[in-house]
Write a protein that binds this ligand. Structure first.
Ligand SMILES: *[C@@H]1O[C@H](CO)[C@@H](O)[C@H](O)[C@H]1NC(C)=O
Ligand SMILES: *[C@@H]1O[C@H](CO)[C@@H](O)[C@H](O)[C@H]1NC(C)=O
Ligand SMILES: *[C@@H]1O[C@H](CO)[C@@H](O)[C@H](O)[C@H]1NC(C)=O
Ligand SMILES: *[C@@H]1O[C@H](CO)[C@@H](O)[C@H](O)[C@H]1NC(C)=O
Ligand SMILES: [Ca+2]
Ligand SMILES: [Ca+2]
Ligand SMILES: [Ca+2]
Ligand SMILES: [Ca+2]
Length: 435
């Protein structure tokens, strides 16, 4: 345009030169202005962590020339905080300067945008114009969720109903957090299969992924399994599924014993492949006609004892006691003769038994819980009545003499006389036995 001006200048008369020169200078008035429409500020977006030298602005589209032998404008950067931006004035290009550092949008740097001014000095007219450039830093999903704690812990009673929430420990900031922005920083929780504890992902579930609350999905049984290791994955919600980042933690769930089993009589010999004890018979034998004072407590073999099959109810004060009783028996008048202490299972005689009428008793005894939730167990008790034994056996003679041939073989019978005709008899008698 300047050259056109000069051409005109050479052709025109001296009178119009002055006015043409004014028009000509007017051509420089536009220099430093934007050669484009739209908003005055130049707005561009780049990803965080972009490489050094990334082009921010291809061309500022500022009128005028900054290079060459006769530049009409001069460009420079102002307000370039931390020197993030580099300017190539001739090409009117802006570059990122991340030499030796990372443009990080996430905490703690938190650079969400960079604003610089491109100062343009109109060299012909002497005016100065500032063009604002706003560089919006876009978030990248460059951080994985991190759990606040290395591992988590919960306890749950085995009797807890299915559907109960058993863990809310990720609420607040106590679960996983992700410093990325928007969905890149939002967390979902998912239970994963644990090869070392294959039933853990079937036993628990997380129905609401955003809360991470863990819900019981299957019935528990303390007697089968007392601890689960639940692997919980936290992932962010990056829109592109392939870019999602994950972390896992382990939730250890200890199962607490509940009162679902009753007592069992000891000793318990298990029926193979079951949790049931073999039928058990306790034995006792008492002589007839003895008074309770002489016999009590009656010795039973093995001693009658039952324990609760729930071994580990906590606190121990919640463990029920056991009540013992005789349920039924034969002969039917057994209650006249026998009593069982409800707390100690001590068996006592109430009145003497005459063997002429009762040679034995067969009773069924019961052990149950004392907490209104009886869950009873049963065993047999066999009581033998013995003949009165108040005489010692005695021999019919104080000494016996026998005879045998010197040459007799081993096993030969000893005789009671010298002529060896009848065998020697040694007789012991007991008055308790009739014959
Ligand atoms: C960073 O980029 C700028 C602009 O492209 C370049 O001049 C400079 O040499 C680069 N620095 C490094 C260390 O590569
Ligand atoms: C690029 O940034 C580094 C780090 O702040 C700074 O030391 C250097 O001077 C900058 N380079 C330019 C050409 O401004
Ligand atoms: C638990 O994981 C196994 C193995 O991946 C899978 O087959 C099963 O469906 C999972 N259970 C649930 C409830 O998702
Ligand atoms: C054998 O001796 C006994 C006692 O000495 C006598 O009673 C018995 O008659 C004798 N028997 C014979 C066959 O001699
Ligand atoms: Ca993330
Ligand atoms: Ca990020
Ligand atoms: Ca139990
Ligand atoms: Ca119990």
């Amino acid at each position: 345009m300047f050259q056109q001006c000069c051409l005109w200048k050479s052709l025109a008369s001296g009178i119009i030169i002055g006015s043409l020169f004014t028009i000509c200078l007017g051509q420089y008035d536009d220099d430093c202005k934007l050669a484009r429409g739209g908003p005055p500020a130049t707005i561009v977006a780049i990803d965080e962590e972009s490489r050094n030298g990334t082009i921010l602005v291809d061309n500022m589209l500022i009128k005028g020339t900054a290079g060459g032998p006769d530049p009409t404008i001069e460009l420079s950067l102002k307000d370039n905080v931390d020197y993030w931006v580099l300017l190539d004035p001739v090409k009117q290009m802006l570059f990122l300067n991340s030499t030796g550092r990372v443009l990080d949008r996430d905490p703690p740097m938190n650079i969400h945008s960079i604003v610089v001014q491109v100062q343009c000095i109109n060299k012909k007219v002497g005016t100065v114009i500032y063009h604002e450039v706003r560089i919006v830093v876009r978030d990248r999903n460059d951080n994985s969720p991190t759990f606040k704690h290395e591992s988590y812990y919960a306890t749950v009673n085995e009797l807890t109903p299915v559907g109960t929430t058993i863990f809310t420990g990720f609420s607040g900031d106590n679960g996983a957090t992700d410093i990325d922005d928007g969905p890149n920083g939002q967390i979902e929780y998912v239970i994963q299969y644990n090869p070392d504890d294959p039933t853990s992902n079937d036993t628990f579930e997380i129905p609401l992924m955003l809360t991470g609350n863990v819900v019981l999905r299957k019935r528990l049984n303390y007697e089968d399994k007392t601890r689960y290791f639940v692997i919980i994955q936290a992932n962010d919600r990056a829109q592109n599924l392939n870019e999602r980042r994950t972390t896992t933690t382990t939730l250890t769930v200890d199962i607490l014993d509940g009162d679902d089993l009753g007592p069992m009589f000891l000793p318990c010999v298990l029926v193979p492949n079951t949790r049931d004890c073999r039928p058990l018979t306790y034995q006792a034998a008492i002589p007839e006609l003895r008074t309770p004072e002489e016999l009590n407590p009656i010795i039973v073999t093995p001693p009658i004892q039952a324990i609760d099959q729930d071994r580990n109810i906590q606190p121990p004060s919640d463990r029920p006691g056991i009540l013992y009783s005789i349920l039924v028996g034969t002969p039917e008048d057994y209650p006249r003769f026998f009593h069982m202490h409800p707390r100690t299972a001590e068996l006592s005689l109430l009145e003497p038994v005459n063997r002429d009428f009762h040679q034995k008793f067969d009773l069924v005894i019961k052990a149950e819980q004392d907490n209104g939730h009886p869950l009873p167990a049963f065993a047999s008790l066999h009581i033998e009545i013995l003949d009165e034994n108040n005489q010692s056996p005695y021999f019919t003679m104080s000494s016996y003499q026998g005879y045998i041939l010197e040459s007799a073989p081993v096993g030969a019978t000893i005789s009671d006389s010298l002529n060896l005709t009848s065998p020697l008899r040694i007789v012991a008698l007991d008055k308790d036995i009739e014959d």
